[in-house]
Each structure stands twice: as C-alpha cells, then as structure tokens.
Design a protein around this ligand. Sequence first.
Ligand code: GDP
Ligand code: IMO
Ligand code: MG
Length: 426
Amino acid sequence: MACTCVVGLQWGDEAKGKIVDILTDQHDFVVRYNGGANAGHTVVHGDRTFKLSLLPTGVLKPHVRSVIGNGVVFYPPRFLEEVANLRTAGVRVGENLVVSDHAHVIFPYHMEEERLNEAGAEQSIGTTGRGIGPCYQDKVGRIAAVRVGELLYPDHLRERLGVIVPRKNRLLRGLSPDAKQFDADALCRDYLGYAEQMRPHVVNATQLLHDGLRAGKNILFEAAQGSLLDVDHGTYPYVTSSNSSTAGVWSGSGVPSRKLDRVIGVIKAYSTRVGRGPFPTELNDDIGERIRRTGREYGTVTGRPRRCGWFDAVAVRYTAAIGAADEMALMLLDVLSEVDEVRIAVAYELDGKRIDYFPSDAFLLERCKPIYETLPGWRVDVSGVKRQADLPAATRRYIDRLSELLQLPISIVSVGPDRDQTIYLR
Ligand code: GDP
Ligand code: IMO
Ligand code: MG
C-alpha cells in the first residue's frame, strides 16, 4: 500500500496532468480532492492530446479506479460531456469512474452569481467562470447547498430546489436588476435527468478509499490548481476557493494526510499565473512574451494568455513546506532554451528590507520586489534529451541550483509534453 500526491507548487498549470499520467500505472486509484471544472490537465500520448477538467486524469486508464472526491465541486453537465467526449475518442469509461455522494453540486445560478460578482468589479479575482467560488460558499453556508447524493432522490430534490431557487433569484436580483432568473421545476427536471445518467457512478467514495487502503491498494491524489491558489495558504484573496495544496487531501477525500508516503511537488522551470493577483517575478517584456509563445502559455480552460515570469524560489520554498513535498518534478525546462540567461528570485525586498520568507497576503506581496540570481542560459534545444548526462552543463547547473535553493531533490525533469520527453534523475 502506498499513497502519493501530485501537487502544484506555483499558481497552477505546472503540468500536473503529465506527471499523474506517468504515475497512474503504478496505482489502483486516482483521486481528485479539490476544485472542479476550473482545472485543465493536459496529457499527451504521441499524436493524441487529452484535456481533463472535472475528471481525474486516471480516467484515461480504464483498469484504474478514478475517484472524484467529496472535496470537489461537481457540475453534472460537464461530467457527462467529458465522459461522452472520452468515449468518442475511444476511451472506455464505465464504473471505473466514480463520484462521491458528498461532493457539492454546481447549478447555473452559481455561474450567474460569479458572473455578476466579477463583471467590471475593481476587485475581481479573474476567475474561470465555472461557478466554483459560489458553490463552495454555499457548501460552507450549508442552507442552500446540494450534494451529489441528493440528486438521486427526486422528491427530496424537488423540495430542496423549491426553497433554494427563489432565494437565489432574490439574491441575484439584489446583485443586478438584469440578473438571470431560474425556474426551480425546470432545474429539477434537468438535474434529475443528469442524475439518471450519473447513478452508476455515485458512491460513498471515502468508504471505497478506506476499503482500498485496507486491501493494500495504491492511491494517487491529483491536486487541481496550484498551492499559491490555496484558499488558506495562497495569495489571498487572489486564490481559488479550495485547499489546492496537500492540505486538501484529508478533508477532500477522507484519507488522512498522514497516509501519504510521497508528495511530488510539480514546478515549472519558470512561473505563470492566470487571472489577477500579485506576481513578483512577472515579465512584462519581450522575454515574457517569448516564454508565453514557446511554452504555449494560454489557459486550458479559458484560453486566456497566462502571465509569465522567472522562477520564484521564495514562493516555492514556502509551498513546498506547506505541502510537505518530498521531491519535485521540474517541468517545461525546454521552454527556457529560448532565453540567453535565466533568473531565479532568491529573496524579496519589502519596504527597503531584504526578506527571505513569502508574505502570502496579496497586499504585502504586491509591494515585494524580487532579488534575482542570474545564471547562464543554454540556448540548445533539449526537447530530445533522454538522459541527465546529455543535458548541457548550464541546464544541469540550473537544475542543481533550484534543488539547492529549495533543499529538495528533483526526481523528474520534463523537456516536452510527451511522456517520452521525461528524464528521471537519480
Ligand atoms: P496542469 O493543469 O498542471 O495539468 O497543466 P496544463 O495542462 O494546464 O499545462 C501544462 C501544458 O504544458 C500542457 O499543454 C502540457 O501538454 C504542456 N507540457 C507538459 N510538460 C511539458 C514540457 O516539459 N515541455 C513543454 N514544452 N510543454 C509541456
Ligand atoms: P489547473 O488544475 C491555473 C485561477 C483562476 C483565478 C483563480 C480563481 O489546471 O492547474 P476560480 O475559477 O477557481 O474561482 O478562479 O484561480 N485558476 C487556475 N489557474 N490553473 C488552474 O487549474 C486554475 N484553476 C483556477 O484563473 O485566477
Ligand atoms: Mg491546467
């Protein structure tokens, strides 16, 4: 029995999907424990590219149990659409894919609430528009929330929505006179329809995982987002609404975090961020543009250009500690072949003083200026390299320096999207 967690240590899109896919074969379960369809995880198998959003990446392997944990916020139409798309692509999806009866359900009024909150607001977060925040708000607020298990009881659901929907309509109208209004009966009909299709997939996922633990099965946890977007530990308030660090594993799956044997922190060789919020190492220049172009840094979910910048060792030292990372996977290293020299933020200057800790409050982080260390670039295409020894000396030096600054081993280096473009370090 072994439990592993793959977690992003930056602002998401660290290429967690690739690492989860590589590790899936060694596991019996792949579990999503946070977030929802705000995630976009890419897996490349030769000339085929898969993009998973709400579903765990493990679903590409039918012999593995893919679990959507209780900590996920779940939008049924998206679930059904993703399953249908996979089947069209020839992937077998059946009862290998399960969803916790305790996951919370997203309704269209959540998206409307998010749209109204974000529209033109000076303090908007730059969210993905998937209803994530409003659904988690309802979860914590309790009275207006619906869990997946409730969709299977028509009379109960009708009664709940009969109370919730008029309340939501009033709330939405309070936000804007032009707010969309919703009809409880129509919503109920739609969701009962989804529920019929989902029924074979709905289980008590916590019990399933505990049975797995007792039977000595291997469980792989797949975080969504990055730890700097964690609602408690990230760059608040410019974060998502869940615990996207490993802090979410326990609450979001029911598997105690101390069962984790291995935490793999996934990092990009540089930094990216989508949406608003402080980003000390951001590059608003030609180099940032070059990284965006070479790394194809456009959002998987929203298509927005990702903001790009240098690697921030201050930030990652912090998230690696929060997440108890044992080792790191260094991704998209090939992208830096485009630059003449590479920089790493090793400390910040805050109000004229040098600091080496990470202030996770956005209003403080905004005032931080990175203090850089500069290393020579390598200017060689490394995307075909298979062995560490065949990497240019400057590339090896960059890897070693990151490992030294973060005081963690780097066990995997990725030099391209494909599974074959992976170098395993000792
Ligand atoms: P995730 O959300 O963490 O799973 O990451 P995304 O899928 O949103 O973004 C990562 C992107 O980088 C995807 O398009 C991957 O196919 C791609 N990718 C993964 N590893 C590498 C790599 O080593 N080099 C390059 N150039 N692209 C990579
Ligand atoms: P993966 O799993 C990158 C960002 C949004 C926004 C903030 C809040 O692919 O790494 P939300 O819709 O969650 O309320 O938006 O979080 N965000 C992500 N950024 N990768 C993601 O997921 C993200 N999921 C949410 O851009 O800034
Ligand atoms: Mg992504």
